[in-house]
Design a protein. Structure first.
Length: 141
């Protein structure tokens, strides 16, 4: 099926690739703001390490459940909810007032973002023939 000159699956590849770029930028941009965050919230380097680890923990805990949800409800629903959830907790990260609130925001941000790659893998499975899935997943990951 073609719309706007490109087959739907190639437009999906472009969309998921852009999503993966945004994921990377969003996930890593807290490191750029480290000095300001530590200064504003009066944190130690160790506490900042816990903040970064909170994201990783949430991300790790929800990868498999997010994949199950993508299989059950489809990637459109899951990716829509993932984007809204992670955008919400990214915004709330800027509203954190202390160590505990920042850890909570980053943990929930990790939970939200965890569904993105399983959702994109489901897009690949649903929309691309087997011979193209490897390159599609390689582009996204």
């Amino acid at each position: 099926m073609k719309k706007h000159g490109l087959p739907v699956r190639f437009r999906l590849l472009i969309a998921t690739f852009i999503l993966s770029i945004v994921l990377y930028i969003d996930r890593s941009s807290i490191s750029v703001a480290k000095d300001g965050i530590i200064s504003d919230l009066n944190l130690t380097d160790k506490q900042f390490g816990w903040i970064l680890s909170a994201f990783a923990l949430g991300y790790a805990l929800f990868q498999v459940p997010a994949g199950v949800l993508a299989d059950r409800f489809g990637p459109r629903q899951v990716l829509s909810k993932v984007v809204v959830t992670w955008a919400t907790f990214t915004a709330l990260t800027g509203a954190a007032w202390n160590f505990a609130s920042l850890v909570a925001c980053r943990l929930l941000f990790g939970l939200g973002e965890a569904g993105a790659y399983p959702g994109m893998a489901r897009v690949s499975y649903s929309w691309f023939p087997m011979k193209e899935r490897g390159i599609v997943n390689g582009i996204n990951f």
